[in-house]
Design a protein around this ligand. Structure first.
Ligand SMILES: NC(=O)c1ccc[n+]([C@@H]2O[C@H](COP(=O)([O-])OP(=O)(O)OC[C@H]3O[C@@H](n4cnc5c(N)ncnc54)[C@H](OP(=O)(O)O)[C@@H]3O)[C@@H](O)[C@H]2O)c1
Length: 254
């Protein structure tokens, strides 16, 4: 059983790894023996996180790039594969949120949300999958949301991007399963991070969320790691195109 879930010695790239969920994913992978590649747009923030992981004894490296910039992504993936080794596990985690009623939404914000949350996952996966196809092996894990399935006031563009990511996950799985590449996703419920600060600092929202979630609480980022290791390891070798919701039961209830 230990080997079934082993990712020892694998190389994993986590996009957007300076945020709380990205950092939890990165640390979770490193704790199971993977070499981890951190990413974000802010070099200073990234370097700080890498030092944190290295001080804990993990093999960690940082590559700065914007997931929406195809040329930068292609160069970074080539650099990573030359300098560290072939990427075995990709976690498409970079994401942004802007909240406003749809009728007042700024077009620029719509474009940015779709560019990072949906197009970014396509760009990075397309770059990384090239060597996975050659090696007939790979794991791609797209970080969706309960908003893959549910709307909520003021976040229609985010929900559209995550719903699109769910279908992109299926599309990637369908095209790449024949190369022994498993593409799946994780749909987190609500976790306290920079992205949700405005929500958890609002007592009304906090009370609503607890009432709406059968577990009656916010998630702890470490609670996402079990699903991550399952999807990153041989344990999921015949699992293709699915989203695992780690949401305290939120999607199970109205
Ligand atoms: N928090 C939750 O409750 C929750 C629930 C469901 C799903 N999610 C999803 O989980 C993922 C992580 O969320 P989080 O809460 O940890 O968010 P966060 O704290 O806001 O972190 C977002 C990360 O993405 C990076 N990023 C943003 N735009 C980028 C770009 N264009 N290129 C590269 N990196 C970029 C940020 O770094 P830089 O700004 O330095 O680039 C940061 O590392 C997102 O996809 C989010 O939609 C979160």
């Amino acid at each position: 059983m230990k080997d079934l879930f082993s990712i020892e010695g694998k190389i994993a790239l986590v996009t957007g790894s300076t945020g709380a969920l990205g950092m939890a994913f990165t640390k979770g992978l490193a704790q199971q023996g993977a070499t981890v590649i951190l990413n974000g747009r802010n070099k200073k923030k990234l370097d700080g996180k890498v030092v944190e992981l290295q001080n804990d004894g993990f093999k960690a490296f940082a590559y700065v790039f914007d997931v929406t910039n195809g040329a930068l992504v292609n160069k970074a993936v080539q650099d990573i594969e030359r300098e560290i080794g072939p990427i075995d596990i990709l976690v498409n985690n970079a994401g942004i949120q802007v909240r406003a009623p749809l009728d007042e939404f700024k077009d620029e914000d719509w474009q940015n949300i779709i560019a990072v949350n949906l197009t970014g996952a396509y760009i990075v996966a397309k770059a990384v999958v090239q060597s996975m196809i050659k090696r007939r092996s790979g794991k791609i894990i797209n970080i969706g949301s309960v908003q893959n399935e549910l709307g909520r006031p003021n976040i229609a563009p985010y929900a559209a991007s995550k719903g699109g990511l769910k279908m992109l996950t299926k599309g990637m799985a369908v095209d790449w399963a024949k190369y022994n590449i498993q593409v799946n996703g994780i749909g987190p419920g609500y976790f306290k991070t920079e992205m949700t600060k405005a929500l958890y600092e609002n007592p009304e929202f906090d009370a609503w969320l607890r009432g709406r979630t059968p577990s009656n609480r916010w998630g702890n980022p470490d609670e996402l790691i079990g699903a991550l290791i399952f999807l990153a390891s041989d344990a999921s070798s015949y699992v293709n195109g699915h989203m695992i919701y780690v949401d305290g039961g939120l999607l199970a209830s109205v």
